[in-house]
Write a protein of this length. Structure first.
Length: 74
C-alpha cells in the first residue's frame, strides 16, 4: 500500500530536498517557486490532511520531481 502524505509534509520535502521556496499562502493552498533552467517553476500544494495519490502525483509532475525520488527523500 502506498504511503500517504499531508500537504504540509509535501511542502517540507519540496523545500528541503528540491530547492523550492514558499512564495505565499492563500487559505489552504501554498504556492512554491523554484528557478529552473532559465525559467521559473511555480506550483500550488493543497494543505489537506491527506493528499490523494493522484493529487500528489500531479503536484510532483508540475514540480518535475520523480515520485520514487520523492519517496526516497521523504
Amino acid at each position: 500500500m502506498a504511503r500517504t502524505f499531508s500537504g504540509k509534509e509535501v511542502v517540507k520535502v519540496l523545500v528541503r530536498e528540491f530547492e523550492f521556496r514558499v512564495v505565499s499562502q492563500r487559505g489552504s493552498h501554498v504556492k512554491l517557486k523554484k528557478m529552473a533552467g532559465g525559467g521559473v517553476r511555480i506550483i500550488v500544494v493543497p494543505l489537506h490532511r491527506e493528499l490523494a495519490l493522484g493529487t500528489l502525483r500531479g503536484v510532483l509532475d508540475l514540480a518535475e520531481v520523480n515520485y520514487d525520488e520523492f519517496l526516497e527523500k521523504a
